[in-house]
Design a protein around this ligand. Sequence first.
Ligand code: CMC
Length: 431
Amino acid sequence: MSKKTYLLQDPETGKRAELEVRDGTLGPSVVDIRSLYGELGAFTYDPGFASTASCESTITFIDGAKGLLMYRGYPVNQLAEKSSFLEVCYLLLHGELPATDELETFETTIGTHTMINETMLRLFNGFHHDAHPMAMVAGVVASMSAFYHDTTDINNPHHRDIFAHRIVAKMPTIAAAAYKHSLGQPFMYPRNDLNYAQNLLHMFFAVPAAEYEVNPIAAEAIDLLFILHADHEQNCSTSTVRMAGSSGANPYSAIAAGIAALWGPAHGGANEAVLNMLEEIGSVDRIQKYIAKAKDKDDSFRLMGFGHRVYKNHDPRATIIREVCHKVLKDLGRVDSPLFELALKLEEIALKDEYFVEKKLYPNVDFYSGIIYRALGIPTSMFTVMFAIARTVGWVTHWREMIVDPDGRISRPRQLYIGPAARDYTDIDKR
Ligand code: CMC
């Protein structure tokens, strides 16, 4: 607790509230307003929670001004360079990097939870072939509480552990089943001799009729993209998971709520929207027209993959992904990708434009990720599902932190009511 306090005075009654300031390890301090309503009878107003810390957290830190992202204190660029996705999952879930034997045990645990209940596979047949994969994935993840009763006691730490392993392990399997259903191809069972990204590629692209060899460039790129997407502190979907979970709902429902929140184009759905936008722009000579649309207050068009609530400088993930994009396209022999060229040009033009400079709008994580996924053969409609697979470990880690938080209560914001004052019911013949 800081020694600093804020003094707030009701201008009408003169009553005062002294609000304590709390300091974290890094980042801005917070003013603890919990006593405000009790003392002054007033709420705070903060649409979109732009100035509100909803919880304490030990998981992820972002410095938006410096363009810095850290998981458990480790800069994401170091993890991207040296770590693997499953090691990062361990780090997020346990708070520390694993020793060799701990990592091996963790990899085996995740590897042995990859299959899904066979009945769940039949659920996919209830979806039309052209259902969006995010709709299928959100629905099937929500159904997991109907299958895995042995992990729904939120007060049992053992249940919470098994739930965490299960959901991280099964997300690629569920995603692959959604993809295969949309193609009308047979589902491919997971292979536990492959690593996380290799197994995902196998389930997506192998068919029972032919041999399939996982492309190591593709597996490496996916592993890296997953590290970069693994967590991002109190973003919209993570806050949704925490909020849904705060009522004591089973964890699978809370994750399904997070998946639903992620789907929106302002959040994880942006990676799909970026590709659609680049295709709509089509050529470099049309960029200015779209920049003008993005700046026009009367036009709802936004430059997708640009801007961020927290980053007012380069999104460190976007910087890494741009480099990876160069490398993957080169390694796959697709150096002259017109979409990548267009994206680079769009970034260059936007970053020189006064509107984007003044509003500190930079490319975010979603700007280049879709170009890599496209180069790896993953269809546009699966992009947000890829984000969901990677972010699952972040959601689970936050859900677990929320469950044991001594300050935790059901999430229940207040409001400023501006509707009609009390009035009497008018009989229908008098309206
Ligand atoms: N294109 C044009 N103008 C923009 C953009 C954009 N992409 N983003 C923000 N602005 C403008 C906005 O119109 C506003 O202008 P003014 O102050 O004149 O009203 C100003 O910049 C601030 O924007 P905001 O909407 O108040 O900012 P926010 O923090 O509420 O929203 C955002 C952040 C990411 C939702 C927004 O920048 C956006 O819609 N970007 C496009 C969608 C996108 O790429 N989303 C992915 C985010 S990163 C990954 C993730 O979270 O999943």
